[in-house]
Design a protein around this ligand. Structure first.
Ligand SMILES: Nc1ncnc2c1ncn2[C@@H]1O[C@H](COP(=O)(O)OP(=O)(O)O)[C@@H](O)[C@H]1O
Ligand SMILES: O=c1ccn([C@@H]2O[C@H](COP(=O)(O)O)[C@@H](O)[C@H]2O)c(=O)[nH]1
Length: 210
């Protein structure tokens, strides 16, 4: 193993295709580089634990504001991985809006993809990323994809997705996510299936590994 890891950051709106892009690169590069060469860290794993609040109170939290995240812990973990140390990543449970009591052990890999809505908004995180990607998918498409995904996978209703979208998701996108696009090296239109971008990122990663 190399003495340090390569960090690729993927940011952008909720349901813009960050996870799909990360998973596709992970799957395709793992086939080439071998098991244990590449891993994914989700910024969502670092939502703050809110055991002090009831479910109804947690439902009202603004999860699209930078304060909702424990970025200090994420940065600590990025630095530990950079120093070839293993970390324990919290497991987040969207269905109850809280950190679960489980964690996932991650050993350092040669390539680490970090993905999340507000990664590029944080200067300290930006400094740690070798390549910064912003998913520039149209917001109406993101909303449609989020609606479907959150009902199927995150235990939501149509009304709750629409209410949260109007109350926090869209306003915070305008205030924090959209302005962070200026820090990206690569801006990706449409979503996680952009084949040209997938190939470009794979080539970039292989170049960085040499
Ligand atoms: N280009 C695309 N075409 C069709 N569906 C897509 C595309 N990109 C993403 N999706 C789908 O949209 C939903 C949200 O994508 P996801 O990768 O989870 O977004 P994010 O991680 O940015 O929140 C998922 O169900 C995903 O499969
Ligand atoms: O408890 C929670 C935590 C987060 N959210 C929403 O999740 C998205 C970020 O995740 P993506 O995978 O990028 O969509 C964010 O917009 C939060 O609103 C939540 O609803 N509840």
């Amino acid at each position: 193993m190399n003495s340090t890891s390569i960090f690729i950051g993927i940011a952008g709106a909720s349901a813009s295709g960050k996870s799909l892009l990360a998973q596709t690169i992970h799957q395709e590069l793992q086939a080439e580089l071998g098991n244990g060469a590449i891993s994914i860290i989700k910024e969502d794993s670092y939502y703050k634990a809110r055991d002090d609040l009831t479910f109804e109170e947690r439902e009202r939290i603004n999860y699209d504001h930078p304060n909702a995240f424990d970025h200090d812990l994420l940065i600590e973990h990025l630095d530990a991985l950079h120093n070839q140390q293993t970390v324990e990543i919290p497991v987040y449970d969207y269905t109850v809006h809280n950190r679960s009591d489980r964690s996932k052990t991650l050993a350092p890999t040669r390539v680490i993809i970090v993905e999340g809505i507000l990664l590029l908004n944080d200067k300290t995180i930006r400094k740690r990323l070798d390549t910064k990607v912003f998913m520039d998918t149209d917001l109406d498409i993101c909303l449609l994809r989020r609606l479907k995904r959150d009902i199927e996978e995150r235990g939501r209703t149509v009304d709750s997705v629409i209410e949260q979208y109007k109350r926090t998701v869209r306003p915070m996108f305008m205030e924090f996510v959209q302005p962070s696009k200026q820090y990206a090296d690569i801006i990706v239109p449409r979503g996680g299936k952009n084949r040209v971008v997938i190939e470009m990122l794979k080539a970039r990663i292989k170049q960085l590994l040499q």
